[in-house]
Unconditional design. Structure first.
Length: 114
């Protein structure tokens, strides 16, 4: 890490989620940050994450609406076909949100090990 670099940015998360098989055996899913917009206060796409580990690769997008509300989208079939149901989120979004809650809050300094 360069001495001028002060912000820590998470570019990947690994999460155990129910797998794509009929038994829903736990499987590692990897979330990779593909895009992050610098100005997070303006409306539009804020982040784009690629999700690998299931039958197919998916994308999760976090957007800010004109009113300032955040909305998260996934490209998986579950999100496309059932995403409009109140309170429904696909396992990819649920896993992403749960993992992000475990990250340290902004401004917390993590000391690198030797």
């Amino acid at each position: 890490m360069s001495p001028n670099h002060h912000d820590v940015l998470c570019v990947g998360l690994d999460v155990l989620l129910p797998g794509p098989d009929r038994k829903r055996t736990a499987k590692a899913y990897h979330y990779h940050l593909a895009y992050r917009r610098g100005d997070a206060e303006q409306p539009g796409c804020l982040m784009l994450w690629e999700v690998h580990g299931g039958r197919s690769a998916y994308q999760i997008a976090l957007e800010r609406r004109e009113q300032g509300v955040l909305r998260i989208h996934c490209t998986c079939a579950d999100a496309i076909y059932r995403g409009e149901e109140p309170g429904h989120r696909c396992k990819h979004v649920e896993g992403f949100l749960e993992a992000s809650r475990m990250l340290p809050p902004a401004g917390v300094s993590l000391r690198a090990s030797a």
